[in-house]
Ligand binder design. Structure first.
Ligand code: M6R
Length: 615
């Protein structure tokens, strides 16, 4: 969970690295640093805080420049965020310098060993231990940097992606990966290194993604050499052509990435079903599903593993799969699943959902399920990500890069993919009539336009945000398909505005949370016409009689809730299973506006990072 960038070539390294770090700040932003070789010496500058602070500091500290450098933006694991713990870290001799994303679990024993041999440490980090271990091996074994890195990594337990160089050999960077992503951009007589391809997208479309347990020696004017860290075998580099473009990773006139991504949802959902859904012909085609149809049809049950917002999308899918395809579903937090010796059978289908495709807990859950013989299907956004590669088959969401830490379009596109799968299986199993199937397809095709209409409530949602921005607690209630949306709405508010919020199934309110209700407590109730409408109206009455303030999310034209609620936000009508795709929109907007009004950093909320690649 940190961003790493490197450059070696004929251009000035500094602007490439600093811009790259800004693009990778979604991965962590509590401190940042850079190491440049200026032609004669190594210059390192690092600071607590964001990349912008690093930029200010560098103006004072580094005047000369060069064509070799590495940079890092950190999400602290070992050691508090401060200038000393920020990366890059040097070896004791000052010759070797490293940036690292991940955790070295046995760093304490390695550190002790190194201390006995006379090494000293300035920081509290595992990374400084690793660079000194590399130096120790290099001197002791009298080997080149690449070999020293390899020998050292064979003594290490944990996860990493690293980039290292030696100031005495400034034509080479050594990189390695185990559990954290790393890409190499291949230009003309130049190489880029980064946690994802966004830092080098304007320079080259050719990239190699390192696999786990691989390392590469990147030398100027030479071919990239990739080998396995553990068995030393050589690997043929596979150069991919990137589909991403610069526009996709810029804000495009919006104040925040989150707002841009909320507004991208109509087109993102369309991209998700493009080529897969042919509503007029009554066809859904998804190669990952077609190729594994037998596995799905023979499945005793589906187990969904995911974290955070992706887990909420999984919960929505529980309703869809059970309702439409009549397949029992269990939805598991990947972090719990991986450690509780779950009962998994060979005819279980595990669906792993992840926007980034890099979430450590989800990845570990997948490995566990595979080791027990289950078939694992991935629903990821990031193409070529670890989870996409680790799963047996899968379907991409095609949402485009999601940069705001708060997930928005990832959620709605995940639900879209899962709905397509459920409908396809329902058709194959005969659990849905052809007319109902056709109705679902036609409705799904209309969802992007309806999301667009839901976005029209933005200005009104902003006025509601203004009324409630200073409250301390929020409650979100929903039933059935909209219970997970209530959880998601509460998570969105918590993570970007730091206001405490809870999501509950509306009927559970009377078993506890009702005690919280008073006139200080806004309660967001999702009360669309389809699905338990009368029941939820009764829940609203119960809140009203306890003076709770109600913000209702209702179907356009609703009258009953309008009379009871303090405010209603309308969304277009659709069939029940698709309502989450619409009801979630005003909740995203509400949390966005409240956070902006409170002056919070919407795209980079405190303590969080976009990809959680540590457990
Ligand atoms: O990349 P993933 O979908 O695996 O990420 C899972 C969670 O870390 C993520 O959804 C997180 O909860 C978001 N910040 C929510 O907005």
């Amino acid at each position: 969970m940190c961003g790493i960038v490197g450059y070696i070539g004929h251009r000035e390294a500094y602007p490439i690295i600093i811009e790259g770090l800004k693009r990778l700040e979604y991965r962590g932003y509590d401190s940042a640093g850079i190491a440049l070789f200026d032609g004669t010496d190594l210059k390192v500058s690092k600071t607590k805080g964001k990349v912008a602070e690093l930029e200010n500091r560098i103006k004072k500290e580094i005047t000369s420049n060069g064509s070799l450098g590495i940079g890092h933006t950190r999400w602290a694991t070992h050691g508090v965020p401060n200038d000393v713990n920020a990366h890059p870290h040097y070896s004791n001799s000052g010759d070797l310098v490293i940036i690292h994303n991940g955790i070295i679990e046995n760093y304490a024993s390695l550190r002790e060993e190194l201390q006995k041999r006379g090494y000293t440490f300035k920081s509290e980090t595992d990374t400084e231990v690793l660079i000194n271990l590399i130096e120790d091996v290099k001197i002791k074994e009298d080997v080149k940097l690449g070999q020293a890195v390899q020998i050292a990594l064979n003594q290490v337990v944990g996860a990493y992606s690293i980039a290292v160089f030696d100031k005495n050999k400034p034509d080479e960077i050594v990189i390695a990966r185990l559990g954290s992503p790393l890409a190499i951009g291949i230009g003309e007589d130049e190489f880029f290194i980064a946690s994802d391809a966004s830092p080098f997208i304007e320079y080259t479309k050719n990239a190699i993604y390192l696999e786990d347990e691989e390392m590469a020696i990147i030398r100027l004017n030479k071919e990239v050499k990739i080998r396995k860290i553990h068995d030393d075998s050589l690997v043929d580099p596979y150069v991919q052509e990137l589909q991403m473009n610069l526009e996709q990773i810029e804000k495009g006139g919006y104040d925040h990435f989150m707002l841009k991504e909320i507004y991208e949802q109509p087109s993102a959902i369309r991209d998700t079903y493009r080529g897969r859904l042919k509503a007029n012909q009554g066809i859904i085609k998804m190669s990952g599903v077609e190729d594994n149809m037998k596995k799905f049809l023979n499945a005793n049950r589906i187990i969904v593993v995911a974290c955070g917002t992706s887990w909420h999308a999984g919960l929505v899918s529980e309703y869809i799969f059970e309702d439409l395809a009549r397949i029992p579903v269990e939805v598991e937090y990947a972090s719990e699943f991986r450690y509780r010796n779950p009962v998994i059978h060979e005819n279980d289908v595990v669906i792993a959902i992840s926007q980034s495709g890099e979430t450590a807990d989800t990845l570990a859950a997948i490995k566990l399920a595979k080791s027990k013989g289950a078939f694992v299907f991935g629903v990821c956004n990031v193409v070529g990500s670890s989870i996409a590669r680790e799963t047996d088959a899968g379907a991409y969401t095609h949402a485009g890069p999601e940069i705001g830490v708060a997930s928005t379009k990832a959620f709605t596109t995940q639900i879209t993919v899962l709905t397509l799968i459920a409908l396809r299986l329902a058709r194959a199993k005969g659990t849905i009539s052809s007319s109902d199937f056709r109705l679902h397809l036609l409705e799904l095709e209309m969802i992007p336009d309806k999301v667009q209409k839901a976005l029209d409530s933005d200005a009104y949602v902003k006025t509601i945000a203004d009324i409630y921005k200073n409250v301390k607690n929020f409650l979100y209630l929903g039933r059935g398909y909209n219970f997970p949306v209530a959880l998601e709405g509460a998570l969105k508010l918590k993570e970007i505005s730091y206001i405490h919020a809870e999501g509950y199934p509306a009927a559970e309110m009377k078993h506890g949370p009702i005690a919280l209700i008073d006139d200080d407590m806004p309660i967001v109730v999702i009360a669309t016409k389809k699905g338990h409408y009368d029941k939820i109206v009764s829940n609203i009455q119960e809140i009203k009689s306890r003076n709770g303030r109600i913000i209702g999310i209702v179907t356009k034209g609703d009258k009953t809730v309008k009379e009871l609620a303090d405010h209603v936000i309308e969304v277009p009508e659709t069939i029940e299973s698709l309502t989450p795709l619409l009801t979630t929109i005003p909740l995203q907007l509400l949390s966005y506006h409240i956070a902006v009004m409170l002056g919070k950093n919407v795209d980079q909320p405190r303590n969080l990072a976009k990809s959680v690649t540590v457990e």
